[in-house]
Design a binder for this molecule. Sequence first.
Ligand code: SAH
Length: 396
Amino acid sequence: MKKLILKKGRERSVKNLHPWVFSGGVESCDAQAGETVEVFSFTGEKLGVGWYSPDSQLRVRMVGFGAEAKEPDIAMLVGASVGRRADFFGNAYTNAVRLINAEADMLPGVVADYYAGFVVCQFTSAGAEANKKQIAEALMMFAPFCRGVSERTDVKDRLKEGLKCGENPFTNIVGEEPPEFIEITEGVCKFLVDVRNGHKTGFYLDQRDARAAVGALANGADVLNCFSYTGGFGLFARAAGATKVIQVDISQEALDIAKKNEHLVHMCMTDMQYIKSDVFEYLRKCRDEGVKFDMIILDPPKFASSKAHLMKAARGYKDINLLAMKLLKPNGILATFSCSGAMTRELFDKILFEAAVDAGRAFQVISTTRQGMDHPSAITFPEGHYLKGSVLRAID
Ligand code: SAH
């Protein structure tokens, strides 16, 4: 293995089990993209092994820590990661689960989502790309009842690593090609997943727990589900007995699938409506028309892709939350989320605090949520905890 030497005094974060070494911390290394290198401190102490990426600001991503760390055994890492999800396969709640969550599972830049027998991956580090065939073969072996493993290459993060993005965005790696839509079960709901054209690998698995928790509060409620994608929160609200659900999204494709998802499960009480609109505009329209709701869900896309965009993003979050807070009926519930990794829980809470003050309404926090258990984050890598949610109730 080639050696990478860190600059003087730059070993602390690796010793603290943080998986990223930035370009500014590297003294020397002459490895190729995707190679595994041994990482040494300036004084010659071996700190672990990592995947090298000469074109990236994230020059090395650690795949093993300590003096004993060796070239990683890919099959073992994949098997262990799948094994940690055994509980998901041991019950009937869902047949869709994230099997590998990148850094937290010691496979940096590797995401693998399982949808009823088909696994869809994203490889966003040079090391992940170099090992993708082995990773896919190991998934084929270890994922229960696995029929095929494919990848989506249309992730922008690939560009930062010097990897191609968007060409043949969907490619089968091993086994069978998945069907156009894969039907998955999540509790009382069913969803069609378009793994070729849908967002991410096709579905927002990370919001599984929040969909169930928030939906359960919707009995008898008039619900506005903003940024609905394929209907998730709205369909859980319907299953809990909401009287009316309005699903709003800017994507007609997403709404078309949401409508199909409605009909996968037979229920007849809820008035379901689908509206293609920009949420910022729709909330203002409701304000101008004086329409109010018992429950509003705000699950926007990532507003801040990095710390540099945080302040602009904060204004966006404040805007929609303030509008939503004013649109709630007395004792109404706001379920609000941020999936921007750069947005800390503290800052998100501060935005909600300011929005509540500006709305002139008192709110109590009923619960907070985070990404599901199949999306773990390492305790020494807080950046991996990206999804934060708060469920608030107006007390009027
Ligand atoms: N809550 C969903 C996931 C939402 S993802 C679930 O549980 O599955 C975010 C969604 O916001 C995407 O579907 C995207 O099409 C939509 N979106 C992005 N910008 C928007 C905007 N300005 N107005 C309305 N929808 C938007």
